[in-house]
Write a protein that binds this ligand. Structure first.
Ligand SMILES: [Zn+2]
Ligand SMILES: [Zn+2]
Length: 353
């Protein structure tokens, strides 16, 4: 498989972000990304998608959309839509109608920041997803850079501290998001987890102070979605885009927090009697299955089955686990960074049936 680093969920000046598509592409090249998906609020911007070239680098810019009902108060239920290739914000008033429209358009739908608590100190409301009776979504944004920041800022002083020391923010997906994902998986659904940045790169003022809150390039070096492709990216942006979206649809991806150390090279594979499976795939448990985990460096990780830890390893870079039990198996990897143990990698599950 060919691994690419994708950053998704970001805003340009077409909604409430500070940059243009070309500026985002440049920031992505500086951060060493292979691809980005721009998702402006309630507008699908047709035109800027494609390869952008820099010195010795290029990046594939894809255009999706983040849709929510702007008449709803509070403005909950944000949906990331990729690959629909048309404006779908007209369906925003009804999340199920919207999901059906995405499906008809052949797109992918991910519930954005499923848990996104209020931060009264900076006048931000709770914009979690609430209509959990819907069906037909591809997955959810398990780790969102910005929702993780909100519960940390108990006061304006906390907000200023983290804006100046953003490397101290990320610790992992919110526990409620992980719990929600495990619940959905336990109900028998296939739910793909992705990590998004929700980058805006806006400038804020406090008295005489002025600063850019989390520049694009900072976000692009933090929570990424690493996608495993059947072939390397080529020359044609349209076929590369559909290959990446296919891989996301199948859950052939993991979430990597690349700031403490690159997560490139992580793998979770499952080996049965006659088949081999990777993240997102299904494998028959008859005759036993060996799960193999490869970490990009020696650290600690744990294997979860149906949301419950079944094995923990310390200071390892290769781990194996043999099972004959059906279940949803996924991996969480941790790393010590700036004096704290932090989430580093979250795999998509292998479904042993
Ligand atoms: Zn949102
Ligand atoms: Zn957003």
């Amino acid at each position: 498989m060919h691994e690419i680093i994708l950053n998704l969920h970001m805003h340009t000046r077409y909604s409430d972000g500070a940059g243009s598509h070309a500026e985002l592409a440049n920031a992505a090249m500086s951060a060493g990304l292979d691809a980005i998906i721009v998702t402006d609020h309630n507008v699908w911007v047709n035109g800027p998608a494609g390869y952008y070239k820099g010195v010795n680098r290029r990046v594939l810019l894809m255009v999706g959309e983040e849709i929510h009902d702007q008449a709803r108060q509070p403005q909950k239920n944000h949906l990331l839509v990729f690959g629909a290739q048309r404006e779908l914000a007209t369906f925003a008033h009804d999340p199920q109608l919207l999901l059906d429209a995405v499906s008809r358009a052949g797109g992918l739908a991910f519930i954005a920041h499923p848990v996104d608590p209020a931060a009264p100190s900076v006048n931000q409301g709770d914009i979690s997803w609430v209509d959990w009776n819907v069906h037909g979504f591809t997955g959810l944004e398990l780790w969102n850079g910005f929702s993780e920041f909100k519960p940390r800022i108990q006061s304006k002083l906390h907000a200023i501290f983290y804006v100046y020391f953003p490397r101290r923010i990320a610790r992992g997906p919110l526990p409620e998001s992980l719990h929600r994902w495990d619940e959905l998986l336990a109900s028998g659904r296939r739910v793909v987890a992705i990590g998004g940045s929700d980058a805006h790169s806006n400038t804020r003022r406090l008295g005489p102070l002025r600063w850019t809150v989390f520049p694009y390039e900072f976000h692009f070096r933090t929570v990424n979605t690493h996608v495993l492709l059947p072939r390397p990216l080529g020359a044609d942006s349209a076929s590369d885009t559909s290959m990446i979206l296919d891989a996301l649809r199948q859950g052939h991806c993991f979430i990597g927090y690349d700031l403490p150390a690159p997560t490139r090279g992580f793998s979770l594979t499952a080996h049965g009697l006659q088949q081999t499976a990777q993240m997102g795939d299904e494998l028959d448990c008859k005759g036993g299955v060996t799960l193999k985990i490869r970490l990009p460096r020696r650290t600690g990780c744990r294997l979860l089955k149906d949301g419950k830890p079944v094995r923990t390893w310390h200071d390892r870079d290769i781990c194996t686990y043999i099972t004959t039990e059906p279940g949803v198996y996924r991996v969480e990897v941790f790393i010590d960074y700036l004096g704290q143990r932090r989430g580093w990698i979250y795999s998509n599950p292998v479904y042993v049936v």
